[in-house]
Each structure stands twice: as structure tokens, then as C-alpha cells.
Ligand binder design. Structure first.
Ligand code: HEC
Ligand code: HEC
Length: 229
């Protein structure tokens, strides 16, 4: 190897590395640019989709649901459940179950007959976005009993803690219903229904749990949950 070619080799090697680094840097910058562009575009699209869904839901709610659930899902009376703050997927799933007849409800069945899958998803999104405020209760003793059952279950009745599934704050999850702020009378009715297995739908765990609970425990846990935000 001549001295010139040795020098060229020495110079060429770093320059190849520099090229590689430059190419990598340009690639990274292009990636970042592509990411920035997609980030700039996607939310606008998603936002438009979300706005369209909310408008679609609002129209349906104003047309019929508000009569019983209120325009903001706050429940128009003790007879209907609160939908405000309820988890979107859970709402859509219940509507589908009521439509198919899997969940029996003489009040709700005529309301869902013509709803499409998209309507159900839109309604879920709409109600999930509404604010919830806990109900006021004067019965501190009943609430304390309910809070204990919710957090730790009831050894006497061999009932496992509700918090294990519905969450410490009773906000539920994508698939589990929120119970915080729900109308107490609705929770009582639902638990009695689960317990009596009058309705075949619902989680098997809820049937077993509710069947073991006595009236006073059901009332206590319902009262407690209704006061949560
Ligand atoms: C005539 C009164 C009435 C109207 C109108 C009504 N609902 Fe209901 N809704 C009820 C009652 C009562 C229940 C409880 C049913 C049960 O447990 O069997 C209920 C239950 C529900 C549930 C299940 C809630 C849960 O926590 O499991 C959803 C979701 C729901 N309604 C959505 C709607 C939507 C959406 C509309 C409009 C398309 C609507 N409802 C119209 C009375 C009504
Ligand atoms: C093993 C998990 C699990 C435990 C523990 C549990 N739940 Fe549930 N619960 C569920 C599931 C799942 C559903 C939804 C069923 C469905 O999809 O219809 C549900 C539904 C409910 C509903 C109906 C909500 C609505 O909006 O209609 C009530 C009320 C309820 N649970 C109360 C309780 C209470 C009170 C306890 C404790 C005593 C409890 N749950 C413990 C899993 C659980």
C-alpha cells in the first residue's frame, strides 16, 4: 500500500462514517417531519369524526332519550338510570343487548329498535362525556355500611368486594359499568334482578354476588354508590 492510498483510506473511512451519520440524521429528521405532519392531520380528522358523532347522538337524545334520562344523562327521575359519565363502550354494549333482547327492558326496548351500531357508539361517547355529581344522602350510617361492603365485601354473606372489579372509586373501566353517582333505586332494582336471575344477561359473577346479598346490604351499597362523584 502506497502512503497516498493509506492516507486516502484513512480519510475515506471517516468520511464514509460521516456520510452514514448524515444519512441517519436526515432519515431521522424526515421521520420526525412525517410524524409531525401525521400528528397535525390526525387529530383534526378525529376531531371532525368526534364532533359528527356527538351531533348525531345529541339529535337522538333530544328526540327521545331525554324524556327519561335527561338531556345530559342526569336521569329525569328515580325510575331511570343516570347515563352521565357512564363508560362509552358499556353504554353501546347495553344498547346492543337491549336491541337483541338479551337484556330485557320494557321501557327501553321500543327506544332502541332502529339504532345502528354507529348510533350506539355515538350515544356512548355523548353520555360518557357528561359530568357527574354525587347525590346527597342524609343517612351517614347506611353510607358507612355500604362503603365497607363495597371496599371489603361482606364476610357474613360471603360477598366479595365490589371494588375488585368496579374499581376503588367505582368508575369502572371500558367494559365494566361505572357505579359512582348512579341513582340508588336503579342499583337496588338491578341487583335484585341479577340476584333473582330474572334476566339471563349480565356477568355470571354479578348473579352470584347479588343472590347472596340481603336487602339491607343492597340498600346500603346502593346508597353509598349514589353519593360518589
Ligand atoms: C320511557 C323512559 C326511557 C326512555 C325514553 C329511554 N330510556 Fe333508557 N332506560 C330506561 C329505564 C327504565 C332503564 C333501566 C332498564 C332496566 O334496567 O331494565 C334504562 C336503561 C338504559 C341503559 C342501560 C344503563 C345501564 O347502566 O345499564 C342505557 C344505555 C339507556 N337506557 C340508554 C337510552 C337511550 C340511548 C335512549 C334514547 C334512544 C333511552 N335510553 C331512552 C328508560 C328510558
Ligand atoms: C367479578 C367482578 C365483579 C364484582 C366483584 C362485582 N361486579 Fe358488578 N358487574 C360486573 C360486571 C362484569 C357487570 C356488567 C354486566 C353486564 O355487562 O351487563 C356488572 C354490573 C353491575 C351493575 C349494573 C350496573 C348498571 O349500570 O346497570 C351493578 C349495579 C353492579 N354491578 C353492582 C355491584 C356491586 C354492588 C358489587 C359488590 C357487592 C359488584 N357489582 C361486584 C362485575 C363485578
Amino acid at each position: 500500500m502506497s502512503s497516498t492510498s493509506a492516507v486516502t483510506a484513512l480519510v475515506a473511512r471517516p468520511s464514509a462514517d460521516v456520510l452514514k451519520i448524515c444519512r441517519a440524521a436526515v432519515g431521522r429528521i424526515l421521520n420526525i417531519l412525517a410524524l409531525l405532519l401525521s400528528v397535525a392531520w390526525l387529530p383534526a380528522e378525529a376531531q371532525a369524526e368526534g364532533a359528527a358523532a356527538l351531533a348525531r347522538a345529541k339529535k337522538i337524545v333530544a328526540g327521545r332519550c331525554f324524556l327519561c334520562h335527561g338531556m345530559l344523562g342526569e336521569a329525569a327521575s328515580e325510575l331511570s338510570p343516570r347515563l352521565a359519565g357512564q363508560n362509552a363502550q358499556y353504554i353501546a354494549k347495553q344498547l346492543a343487548k337491549i336491541q337483541s333482547g338479551e337484556r330485557e327492558s320494557s321501557a327501553m326496548r321500543p327506544m332502541v329498535g332502529d339504532l345502528t351500531f354507529e348510533d350506539m357508539r355515538a350515544l356512548g361517547l355523548y353520555f360518557s362525556m357528561q359530568e357527574v355529581r354525587g347525590h346527597v344522602s342524609a343517612d351517614a350510617q347506611l353510607i358507612a355500611r355500604g362503603a365497607a361492603i363495597y371496599a371489603r365485601g361482606s364476610a357474613a354473606a360471603q360477598v366479595i368486594a365490589c371494588a375488585g372489579c368496579h374499581g376503588a372509586n367505582a368508575h369502572g373501566s371500558e367494559t365494566l359499568p361505572r357505579l359512582a353517582g348512579q341513582v340508588a333505586a336503579y342499583i337496588v332494582a338491578r341487583l335484585k334482578n341479577f340476584g333473582a336471575r330474572r334476566q339471563l344477561e349480565g356477568d355470571a359473577a354479578m348473579h352470584d354476588i347479588a343472590a347472596k346479598m340481603v336487602e339491607q346490604e343492597i340498600r346500603a351499597v346502593a346508597e353509598y354508590l349514589s353519593t360518589l362523584d
